[in-house]
Ligand binder design. Structure first.
Ligand code: NAD
Length: 423
């Protein structure tokens, strides 16, 4: 399916978006029908119904999933989300996304994802722990350092990873830290992981700027989302000399043409709970801030913020997709017409999974790296991957997103061909 076949009503459907990009890349690679079927189908899926004793004595049953989309290039890798609206279809799509992301940065993982239908905001710590442990027991044959390595995602964190690691270890009769990543430092987490996604965004942006002949000090950046990814990207980019002219949150935006003092803005938010009314800048309409004239726009909040309705209004040279799926497939065509360079999500935000890979390596070695080494190795991988995508795009005369998908599909297909089909 090409983007032009997606109706405007369906524009924000993430599964159609994923399918469009897959089909587009598969077509350009001239992949045969059989290989397309293999690459599209999840290798393994499990549904578990998890009985949990609630604090009030009632017994409740929650439904959880784990999907391994591909294990062709290595163990499955991907987060576990806890949310009331988790569906098996969503988990499947996110698992395939992980396959392509790991392949673009060429780390030896396949793609996987997990989810449990629950509402963590109304659950006690004890209920969440019991849910996590029983879910882990339910999927235990599927996960493991050599099989499938979960990580945090929406509403799961280092504490949840510690419970999974402990449950897995208790079952196996040995302490096995490499079964999950995103763990607390005390249990084999990696230095540099909290900054990794934002740092990766900065590294690929620096590479893109070299193409435009721009120095960081001359570069105006607008960042949407001031959370883990956007906040870290802002902090690191500001310390590298970039001018962060606007930060956008869901409730408003702040602007300073000479660049915001990001550390001071973070302190202001800590004190007031908001980025607004910051004395180092002026408040701005959040709906307009994205269209400020700038060099780099970093959408690092949520999906579907750049659409057919607003893409033509953007006035940036580069879009660095910190969030997953911030741009719709129809908007891609508008951006291409405007000659805006897009650093696609599966490349731009892959710094997180790359340092997760480092965490897994360090756990398996039982030998931990200092932060400088983590950051240096992250930079090597991000620079190399950015170069590979640009080179692939130039060779095949396609945009960066198509190039990233083609590169990923090509690598996974090559692994499948080399392994052969076991019968
Ligand atoms: P987060 O919750 O820490 O931060 C998101 C921020 O965006 C919050 O401050 C939130 O208030 C703000 N926000 C939400 N909706 C908004 C809107 N419509 N307009 C403006 N601001 C809005 O989440 P995060 O971990 O930073 O993740 C952000 C995105 O990056 C998500 O798409 C996530 O899937 C993706 N991502 C995160 C990581 C990671 O390592 N954390 C890795 C890869 C991709």
């Amino acid at each position: 399916m090409t983007a032009s076949l997606i109706s405007l009503e369906q524009e924000k459907n993430p599964w159609l978006a994923a399918e469009t990009r897959f089909d587009n890349a598969a077509e350009k690679l001239d992949l045969n029908e059989g290989m397309r079927k293999v690459l599209k189908s999840p290798a393994r899926e499990i549904t578990v119904n998890i009985p949990v004793q609630l604090d009030d004595g009632r017994l409740e049953v929650f439904t959880g999933y784990r999907v391994q989309h591909s294990i062709a290039r290595g163990p499955g890798k991907g987060g576990i989300r806890y949310a009331p609206d988790v569906t098996l279809d969503e988990v499947r799509a996110l698992a395939s996304w992980m396959t392509w992301k790991c392949a673009v940065v060429n780390i030896p993982f396949g793609g996987a994802k997990g989810g449990v239908i629950c509402n963590p905001s109304v659950m006690s710590d004890g209920e969440l722990e019991r849910l996590t442990r029983r879910y882990t027991a339910g999927i235990i044959e599927m996960i493991g350092p050599e099989r499938d390595v979960p990580a945090p995602d929406m509403n799961t964190d280092a504490r949840v990873m510690a419970w999974i690691m402990d449950t897995y270890s208790m079952h196996k009769g040995e302490t096995n830290t490499a079964v999950v990543t995103g763990k607390p430092m005390e249990l084999g987490g990696s230095l540099g992981r909290p900054e990794a996604t934002g740092r990766g965004c900065m590294i690929v942006t620096l590479e893109a700027l070299r193409i435009f002949g721009l120095k960081p000090e001359e570069t105006r950046v607008v960042i949407q989302g001031f959370g883990n990814v956007g906040g870290m990207a802002a902090r690191l980019m500001a310390s590298r000399g970039f001018k962060i002219v606007s930060i956008i949150e869901y409730y408003g935006a702040v602007y300073n043409a000479s660049g915001l003092d990001i550390a001071a803005l973070q302190q202001h938010r800590k004190e007031t709970g908001s980025i607004l009314d910051f004395e180092g800048g002026e408040n701005m309409d959040k709906a307009e801030a994205m269209f400020l004239e700038c060099d780099v726009l970093v959408p690092a909040a949520t999906e579907n913020v750049i659409t057919s309705e607003n893409a033509s209004r953007l006035r940036c040279k580069v879009i660095c997709e910190g969030a997953n799926g911030p741009t719709t497939a129809i908007a891609d065509e508008v951006l291409a017409d405007k000659k805006i360079m897009v650093i696609p999500d599966i490349l731009a935000n892959a710094g997180g999974v790359t340092v997760s890979y480092f965490e897994w390596v360090q756990d398996r070695q039982g030998f931990f790296w200092n932060e400088e080494l983590v950051n240096k190795r992250l930079e090597e991988i991000m620079v190399r991957s950015f170069g590979a995508v640009i080179e692939y795009g130039a060779k095949h005369k396609v945009d960066n997103r198509t190039a990233a998908y083609m590169l990923a599909l090509d690598r996974v297909a090559a692994a499948i061909r080399l392994r052969g089909i076991y019968a």
